[in-house]
Design a protein around this ligand. Structure first.
Ligand code: MEV
Length: 425
């Protein structure tokens, strides 16, 4: 599979689908699942309550990604213009030096059991540790399928938390979720072990729920971005200055990370995963040091190129939930050639880094509006009725004049068509 498809954005939708299918080996049925928005009622009914319809967003493909030496076409669902183009730009820049190197931790999620009304919290903590094996076996009994797949409860962590209302114990149940996101498995296990923990500690179990701060399920990616792609030495310096602001100022860090999540969320959504879980995890992880910080980091290497790195929690799965029910989610995973949660997490980290460098480059070199306005002009040209072969001329004319609006698009289309008619005569 190749992920470079030159001029994909210039093709009409049918030609684009054909090119993506040829590059990825997707079948006609897969394409139908991706592009035909009419989901069957039973699928929708099975997903949420009180269904009365479905809501469609565009699914686009980011090109040029290479992750650990493998070409990956990345499906992205987003309402925001420029996100897919920016991810592709980031991927293309990384590709010059071999693409993204990505790696990850084990796929462990944390279930929390809160224990209150304890006579002696420190003694209770020791008691839990002594009965660890019993608690872990009870958790495993609740999910034989996960255990059969090589996953299951791995470890307990006991934390004593002080609060004005009283000291409490929080027991962390660490569960290897393998290729599932694992929320259901972990919640079931947490509820199952709570009575045993009450017996052990003499306390009262209140909350028994997964934590979305998935610090045991992290994905990282690294890439070298050549300075020639970034406006040379001066461009690299500007990008570094922009990055330093995100380290110095949480107000900027929030926007910096929002840009990263533009890419990550779009892939999480395309694969039927839980965007809110990944968002919550990312922002909580960004605050872990006690100060809200950027999820990426950058430095210049000896040749003057920019090295970028990202680490982000990736609570996602490729089995279970909507990933296996929603036809477009299944086709999205197939398009990427991703078969494990680990691989998906590594693609997510790479997309986040690509998105971030593309945004930093645009912001610090040319400002973001230029690209946005070009896309806006493109939308206006299409709305005015321009055919694919007419769009670029109209866009160029509007951008050069700096006059980008619907009536100008219609006017330019009329002029260009009458010129074409005169030429034919
Ligand atoms: C817009 O959706 C995202 C950006 O604001 C990200 C950034 O500023 O880094 C462009």
């Amino acid at each position: 599979m190749g992920s470079v498809i030159p001029g994909l954005y210039k093709k009409d939708p049918d030609a684009r689908k054909k090119a993506v299918a040829e590059a990825s080996g997707l079948t006609k049925d897969d394409l139908r699942a991706l592009f035909d928005p009419a989901l069957q009622d039973p699928v929708l009914e099975g997903m949420v309550e009180n269904v009365i319809g479905s809501f469609h967003l565009p699914l686009g493909v980011a090109t040029g990604f290479q992750v650990n030496g493998r070409d990956v076409l990345v499906p992205m669902v987003t309402e925001e213009p420029s996100v897919i183009a920016a991810a592709s730009k980031g991927a293309q820049m990384a590709r010059v030096r071999g693409g993204f190197t990505a790696w990850s931790t084990e796929q462990i999620m944390i279930g929390q059991v809160q224990l209150t009304d304890l006579k002696d919290p420190a003694k209770a903590a020791v008691a839990v540790n002594l009965k660890k094996d019993e608690v872990l076996s009870l958790a495993d009994e609740k999910d034989p399928l996960l255990v059969k797949a090589g996953g299951g409860a791995r470890e307990l962590e006991v934390r004593i938390l002080e609060h004005p209302a009283g000291t409490m114990l929080v027991v962390h149940l660490l569960v290897d979720c393998r290729d599932a996101m694992g929320a259901n498995a972990v919640n079931t296990m947490a509820e199952a072990v709570a009575p045993l923990l009450e017996d052990i500690t003499g306390g009262r179990a209140v909350l028994r729920i997964l934590s979305n701060l998935a610090t045991r399920r992290l994905s990282s990616a690294k890439a070298i971005f050549p300075k020639e792609e970034l406006g040379g030495d001066e461009g690299v310096s500007s990008i570094l200055k922009a990055f330093f602001l995100s380290q110095a100022d949480p107000y900027r860090a929030a926007t910096h990370n929002k840009g990263i999540m533009n890419g990550i969320d779009a892939v999480v959504l395309a694969t039927g995963n839980d965007t809110r879980a990944v968002e919550a995890g990312a922002h909580a992880y960004a605050s872990l040091s006690g100060r809200y910080s950027p999820l990426t980091s950058f430095h210049r290497d000896g040749k003057g190129d920019l090295i970028g790195e990202i680490t982000v929690p990736t609570a996602v799965g490729v089995v279970g939930g909507a990933t296996k029910v929603h036809p477009a989610a299944k086709a999205s995973l197939k398009l990427m050639g991703v078969t494990t949660a680990r691989e998906l997490g590594e693609v997510l980290a790479s997309v986040g880094l690509a998105q971030n460098i593309a945004a930093l480059r645009a912001l610090s070199l040319e400002g973001i509006q230029k690209g946005h306005m070009r896309l806006h002009a493109r939308n206006l040209a299409i709305q005015a009725g321009a055919r694919p072969d007419e769009v670029d001329v109209l866009v160029d004319a509007m951008v050069v004049d700096g006059d980008i609006n619907a009536s100008r698009a219609s006017e330019l289309l009329a002029t260009s068509r009458s010129r074409a008619t005169i030429k034919r005569i």
